[in-house]
Design a protein around this ligand. Sequence first.
Ligand SMILES: [Zn+2]
Ligand SMILES: [Zn+2]
Length: 169
Amino acid sequence: MFILKIVLAAGILLVVGDFLSTFLYHVPEHVFGKFHSIVHHGKNRSFLHYAVLTRNPVVILDGFLGALPYFIFVPWLWKISAIGTILGLILGEFHVVWRHVSLIKWQTPKAISFFCGCFFITTPERHWLHHENSSVAYGDIFTFYDRPAQQWMKFLMGIKKKHCKNIKA
Ligand SMILES: [Zn+2]
Ligand SMILES: [Zn+2]
């Protein structure tokens, strides 16, 4: 039961956090904002930049807004398992750094790629596709958010187009 609670708290934190981060911040930012695109998708960025290890306040702000959904449930998850909550936050933070290692010419070992495939976990190679083309490979941590995220993006794009037309008319 103890172990189960740890896994449950860490799992909920990552699955719900990635869901909120993707649908409420990441996709809308790509459709309506420029902030994330400049910070996260600009050319000539270093590994440290993407991994939010720089002290640039703009980079930290993008990282903070993206990470906020992971923190809002902490008080609630803490009641299920404090260790699981901390583990979830550490794993989430680790994944942010790991998914950007493509920049230092990292290649994910086959065994890890296979493991990630089984658990729908985004590998650095997959996340890099998103950096190269911001309309694909959504789900910072989990790949199963990609399809609904792309649908959500199309829907928001439709609203944006309609709205812009109305402004012009
Ligand atoms: Zn990224
Ligand atoms: Zn993006």
